[in-house]
Design a protein around this ligand. Structure first.
Ligand SMILES: [Zn+2]
Length: 546
């Protein structure tokens, strides 16, 4: 008898025995023996798929694709989903690297999403506890978005098997958080109607613990907007008075913004990069562009910040006698608001699943990296985080964004965080890539998949949860605040972003794609010892080989 068959036998025995047992033992509140047995089965099934999840985590890590250029990642995920009976709509909402996969029929419709893109210049050898790029200057998974799809797909396959056998009605959708680092797509998915018939959205994102929150947290929403100026070219030495510098306009806009920054609310975050600053110094730059992320806590404050940036841009154009082109919105995000009912149910499953058992090697890598970065060497989390409730308005001080916020204002949504990364890292950095193709990421993703699978079963077998979630959504969350998109009707996804960077690095990266037919893990393919940490004298001798 296989282990699988044995588990199935025990579970069917439990299911049969459950009504008898209930007669003797007092039923726990909300107790549901059949559901509990199915959850145990799902957890065992996810555990049996650890290699499947590990390969997915490693494969997507090796692709290292920036936002809107996730072509390999997309193809890979679509193939897996089709092989497993999902119908896949490709290139949704005008975005070539986005899809919506569907399996099952009827209610509830549950959408599982996770981001897939990576970070510029974050190339890093996994399992090596110091900065050592795989390819100098190349992008890499310095946020850990290579791990979330493994969580969702592993969970979905375990639950699908149960749904087929038990003939449970319900529809599972799987979709990609494409170009999340550009907050570039989810508002378009919403606009195109992809969440119209969805009952519950379960999102997942890499973290340092196994946790979930509800209500509004610290994070901001934002608009991502590019200001482009047009001047007049001239010989910068012979006839400078004939020229009008678009770069001057960009610089004056940035200076204006930086002076004004002191007089903005503390909750705002704003930052920019100059994407076009001219060609060469002896030619007065006829074009220049600056790209801003303008972040605030809520829609009215985001719009206020955006209007101020428009004013400063127009003023910079006036000062330099250049022309300001119509500002282009490259992305947007509502601040997230997560569903209390679903978070409560998910947290019960988190408590059942618990944190993965870390090995000494896992902890050694974590502590070595923390030491390298000069932060507390606390190692990996060994104590489960608490359920994080809504912050009070005065406790919200601003922070990062994720365009899952847009989904969360259209459908009851939660974000599950799973422990595939090391605590105390800077974020958007090579350091955040180090654990992401190691046993830490693999075990974290499997723990996440167990929570996802058991929460899916809750939603399928306890229809009252779905209606309570909508009750919270309608009567608490959106009672006074209604969603209105930050993107304008004329805006289109900025699908050309990152094309040039990926074209530059992809040929070299392609040679390092993970080949699971030859190597059980990506670390073995790379020939990296786990963990690779500094010697006692602090040297990197005998370090990473490739
Ligand atoms: Zn992220």
């Amino acid at each position: 008898m296989t282990r699988h068959a044995l588990v199935a036998l025990i579970i069917s025995a439990l299911v049969v025995a459950a009504p008898l047992a209930q007669k003797n033992a007092p039923a726990k509140p909300g107790g549901n023996a059949k559901l509990d047995a199915l959850k145990q089965e799902a957890v065992a099934d996810v555990e049996s798929r650890t290699q499947f999840a590990q390969q997915m985590v490693d494969q997507i890590f090796s692709y290292g694709e920036l936002g809107f250029q996730e072509f390999e990642t997309n193809r890979y995920l679509i193939d897996i989903l089709k092989q497993n009976g999902f119908a896949v709509q490709e290139g949704i909402a005008g975005i070539p690297t986005a899809f919506m996969a569907t399996w099952g029929s009827g209610k509830p419709v549950i959408a599982l999403g996770s981001d897939i893109d990576c970070i510029p210049q974050a190339s890093q050898k996994p399992a090596v506890a110091w900065h050592e790029p795989m390819i100098e200057g190349a992008p890499g998974h310095g946020e850990g978005h290579n791990s979330g799809q493994a969580v969702n797909i592993t969970a979905a396959l375990a639950v699908k098997k149960i749904m087929e056998r038990e003939k449970l009605p319900g529809t599972i959708r799987i979709w990609t958080g494409t170009a999340e680092e550009l907050v570039g797509t989810k508002a378009y998915f919403v606009r195109a109607g992809f969440f119209k018939d969805v009952d519950i959205a379960l999102f997942t994102h890499v973290g340092e613990n196994l946790d979930v929150s509800w209500g509004e947290r610290a994070g901001n929403g934002l608009v991502s907007v590019q200001y482009s100026f047009v001047g007049e070219t001239a010989h910068a030495a012979a006839n400078p008075w004939r020229g009008r510098s678009a770069l001057d306009a960009v610089e004056l806009m940035d200076i204006g913004w930086n002076y004004r920054r002191e007089h903005l609310r503390l909750q705002q975050r704003s930052h920019y990069v100059v994407v076009d600053g001219g060609d060469q110094p002896n030619v007065v730059p006829p074009t220049a562009s600056v790209w801003y992320y303008l972040r605030e806590l809520d829609y009215p404050h985001i719009m206020e910040l955006y209007a101020l940036a428009d004013t400063i841009a127009r003023a910079a154009a006036a000062m330099t006698s250049t022309t300001l082109l119509p500002p282009r919105i490259l992305g947007s995000a509502w601040p997230g608001h997560f569903n209390r009912v679903i978070a409560d149910a998910m947290y019960e499953n988190i408590k059942q699943v618990g944190l993965p058992p870390w090995t000494d090697a896992d902890q050694r890598l974590a502590r070595a990296l923390q030491k390298e970065l000069g932060v507390a060497d606390s190692g990996l989390a060994v104590k489960l985080d608490t359920l994080r409730p809504a912050l009070k308005p005065e406790e919200r001080r601003g922070g990062g964004s994720d365009d899952i916020g847009d989904v969360s204002w259209n459908v009851p949504t939660v974000t599950l965080r799973f422990p595939s990364n090391i605590p105390g890292l800077p974020g958007h950095n090579w350091a955040n890539a180090i654990s992401m193709a190691t046993p830490i990421a693999h075990k974290g993703a499997t723990a996440g998949a167990k929570v996802m699978a058991t929460t899916l079963l809750d939603l399928l077998l306890r229809p009252e949860l779905v209606s309570q979630a909508w009750d919270y959504f309608r009567n608490v969350q959106t009672k006074d605040i209604k969603y209105q998109p930050l993107i304008r009707p004329q805006d289109r996804p900025a699908i050309e972003l990152n094309r040039d960077i990926m074209a530059r690095y992809r040929p070299e990266m392609r040679r390092m794609y993970y080949d699971p037919s030859k190597y059980p893990t990506y670390l073995e393919q790379l020939g990296i010892a786990y963990p690779t940490v500094r010697a006692a004298d602090g040297s990197c001798a005998g370090g990473a080989t490739p």
